[in-house]
Write a protein of this length. Structure first.
Length: 554
């Protein structure tokens, strides 16, 4: 039950008896090894005393991401939840207090915990009484999150939190049955636990570094602090703490710092002497005045084709309509302005099926379906099939007239049948085998009319083709949005030559770019039986004996 709950053992059931009966001794032993490796124990594969004691230790209720356990020198953020807040000022509210500690001490502990993260990032936190981004509650047992998220009384699970997003996104829940204290070294220290949970609220998962604050197991410290792994992780999502530039620049070092912050937008290369750099400040100010989505910090939440042959990109709580020449007039718009009654602040994934004119938006555990831009009846729906996955991107693939939505999370992908609205049996499968060179946990993805797979990660994109991979690491804004960001539509027209029904006439120097060729592995997978075409028996390369698991973000 423990191995299944915390992401070490793949299962489709919450019943521990069924979990054990469905797994071979070797699979269970492999799962134990993963847990031992992640927690720094001797990897025996056996439930020895040290392993069982560790399993019983007080901890966070969020599953562990075992994909990062192989190398503790890798900052954990590279295996983060893949989501971040699109604003720097976050509001919080303590809605339901604890009876174990005075309210004054609770508020002080929360402020101290949040301050740990604001010291090393541009984030600031404000207490509010209305519409908080991060809501905190002390609750017992089943508290509205579903039976599988119920608290278990004193010991074991202390708290859990949701990653960034609308609805419950960012919220933190604490088990009221725990002996909460503040600064005494006894019981469960609220500052320590809250600081850990707020790391999840900001987008971090668990770290395999036992010294890190984001390690899954509780450990008291008289002076809570972030370790190097925590800092590298959170700064990979939000960047370092920003400081106002000095009014007078007297050193090359200061100039280089300023230059690094604005080089995301293509400009004429400046000389490296300090005097010349100062003289070109006016040009850089012109670049900085461009919209924020033109810069290096802009990243997509999702992207999809849509009605009329346009692309619709999602980011920073907005929708960007992209045509042949880039961003269409009047955009970006709020999600709710384009997709009425849609997700409030962001989406996890989006995709479009041209044959049915259906657009699907996925957020947390809900799915919205639109015909053109009208929300279909009975939507949004609760999407219970994804409780054990961390959805980050989706695309539509059509094979022999049947469409499936391919979804990506962690190291895996899986298929979702839009007709039955169920996951297809035979999945998940490892992304690296069927989508070679695709980024881990992509931010967004789609398929262009030539059958090329386009993946977005951070501020760059990759195009996977039969004859190789194209990577475009420059700022997304100029490449996607065209002249509004000081770019052109060359890259965009190459990626989607049929965009807005306007095929480019000029040759961009890549004769293979428009060839209608596909990656053989994924299409052979669809044609070999995984999905609705034939019974699922054999499908391409053998699955690894220890598949990388998705995990639930509670």
């Amino acid at each position: 039950e423990f191995l299944s709950k915390y992401g070490y053992l793949q299962t489709g059931s919450n019943d521990p008896d069924l979990v054990m009966s469905d797994q071979s001794d070797q699979v269970i032993s492999d799962a134990i090894r993963k847990f031992q490796k992640f927690t720094g124990l001797e990897t025996t594969g056996s439930p020895d005393r040290a392993t069982l004691m560790k399993m019983k230790a007080p901890r966070c209720g969020i599953p562990d991401d075992v994909s990062s356990s192989g190398d503790r020198n890798i900052p954990y953020a590279y295996n983060s939840m893949g989501k971040r807040w699109s604003k720097d000022v976050l509001k919080w509210k303590l809605t339901q207090t604890s009876t174990k500690v005075s309210e004054k001490d609770q508020l002080s502990a929360i402020e101290s915990a949040l301050d740990l993260w604001s010291r090393v990032t541009p984030l600031t936190f404000q207490r509010t009484q209305d519409n908080p981004d991060i809501e905190m509650r002390f609750v017992r047992g089943e508290h509205g999150d579903g039976p599988h998220n119920s608290f278990d009384g004193q010991g074991r699970v202390l708290a859990h939190a949701y990653g960034p997003g609308g609805g419950v996104g960012g919220d933190a829940h604490f088990d009221e049955d725990e002996p909460w204290t503040v600064g005494t070294g006894e019981g469960a220290d609220l500052t320590m636990v809250a600081a850990h949970e707020f790391g999840h609220s900001l987008g971090l998962g668990h770290s395999s570094d036992p010294e890190a604050l984001m390690a899954p197991f509780y450990a008291y410290s008289e002076k809570p602090c972030l370790k190097k792994d925590d800092i590298l992780g959170i700064q990979s999502l939000y960047g370092p703490k920003t400081r106002k530039p000095r009014p007078v620049v007297n050193s090359t070092r200061s100039l280089s710092t300023i230059t690094r912050r604005v080089t995301s937008i293509p400009t004429t290369t400046a000389t490296t002497t300090p005097k010349t750099t100062v003289r070109t400040t006016s040009n850089r100010r012109t670049n900085v005045s461009l919209p924020a989505f033109c810069g290096v910090n802009f990243r997509l939440d999702a992207i999809s084709s849509g009605p009329g042959g346009f692309l619709y990109a999602f980011g920073n709580g907005s929708v960007y309509k992209i045509g042949a020449q880039g961003l269409e007039p009047g955009y970006p718009k709020l999600i709710s302005q384009v997709y009425h009654k849609g997700p409030r602040a962001s989406v996890d994934a989006a995709t479009y099926i041209p044959e049915t004119k259906k657009t699907y938006l996925f957020k947390d555990f809900q799915v919205w379906r639109y015909t053109n831009f009208t929300l279909d009846v009975h939507y949004p729906k609760i999407w219970t099939d994804v409780r054990t996955y961390n959805l980050s991107a989706a695309m539509t693939l059509t094979y022999e007239g049947q469409s499936q939505i391919i979804m990506f999370g962690n190291d895996n992908f899986w298929a979702w049948n839009p007709n039955t609205e169920q996951l297809v049996s035979g999945y998940p499968l490892p992304t690296e085998i069927y989508f070679p060179h695709a980024p881990q946990l992509p931010d967004a993805a789609f398929t262009n009319p030539q059958g090329h797979f386009i993946f977005f990660k951070g501020n760059s994109l990759k195009q996977l083709k039969q004859r190789g991979t194209d990577e475009i690491p420059q700022a997304l804004g100029p490449n996607l949005f065209g002249t509004v960001c000081g770019g052109d539509s060359q890259v965009l027209s190459q990626l989607v030559p049929d965009l807005s029904y306007s095929r480019p006439t000029q040759n961009h120097g890549n004769n293979n770019f428009f060839k209608p060729e596909f990656l053989p592995s994924i299409w052979s997978l669809l044609g070999s039986g995984v999905g609705p075409v034939k019974p699922a028996k054999s499908y391409g390369p053998a699955r690894p004996s220890q598949p990388q698991l998705g995990h639930e973000i509670q």
